[in-house]
Design a protein around this ligand. Structure first.
Ligand code: CA
Ligand code: CA
Ligand code: CA
Length: 222
């Protein structure tokens, strides 16, 4: 009985783990949460995906109505239970010298920014510069649910919204490729690789079950 239920669970996990240990190529147009690329469900341990994509520049204009927004990339995913997610974004054509490399900066730094929205499009996580150079990186616990990852570039957010200045995280609005202060677009351009790792947090019962399964596996191999 125990084995049967474990096998059934494994089949469900296989069927649902489209976002496990794969490579994903972004597909435009994915500029809003509603048009996000679907990464699928992270259903078990060891969930991971690497996303290849590009951020392209907007076109400024003195007349805000004629501005073309900078590119924003959104990705949808879900977790069936409480989970930890870690995300880091690498600039695949860096403009600053690598540490130890001689010479001046090669040009203006690419400056990605990252947000995670919940199903109501409320920001539940945000980062600007915690990764290499000026790229974002974050790790956060998420309750079971549907989420959206948004990747844009500085300054696609209002400085008054910075949580460090006292505002709540939820004040950070959905990225739209336009700076709320200047009404001008970001003009950044870079190719990125976004590495996403998700682990479902085991409940005490599930951990015990996994331990039992391990014992059964050992017995069968003898
Ligand atoms: Ca893109
Ligand atoms: Ca896009
Ligand atoms: Ca940044």
């Amino acid at each position: 009985m125990l084995m049967r239920s474990l096998c059934a669970g494994a089949l469900v996990a296989l069927a649902g783990s489209v976002a496990s240990a794969g490579i994903f190529f972004e597909s435009e147009v994915n500029n809003t949460p509603s048009t996000a690329n679907d990464l699928g469900a992270f259903t078990g341990f060891g969930g991971s995906v690497a996303v290849d994509g590009t951020i392209t520049p907007g076109v400024p204009n003195d007349e805000p109505d004629r501005v073309i927004p900078g590119d924003v990339d959104f990705f949808r995913f879900s977790v069936p239970a409480d989970a930890f997610i870690g995300i880091t974004v690498f600039d695949m054509n860096p403009t600053l010298p690598i540490f130890g490399e001689p010479g001046p900066p090669k040009g203006p730094a690419h400056d990605g920014i990252l947000q995670i929205l919940n199903a109501d499009f409320i920001t539940v996580a945000f980062d600007d510069d915690s990764g290499l150079e000026l790229m974002p990186m974050l790790g956060v616990f998420l309750p079971a649910g549907d989420y959206y990852i948004g990747l844009s570039s500085y300054d696609d957010w209002d400085f008054a919204e910075i949580p460090l200045r006292g505002g709540p995280l939820s004040d950070i609005t959905v990225f739209d490729g336009i700076d709320a202060d200047t009404r001008q677009p970001h003009t950044d351009a870079f190719t990125y690789k976004m590495v996403i790792g998700v682990n479902i947090i085991p409940t005490p019962g599930a951990a015990a079950l996994a331990g039992v399964a391990g014992l059964i596996g050992l017995r069968r191999r003898r």
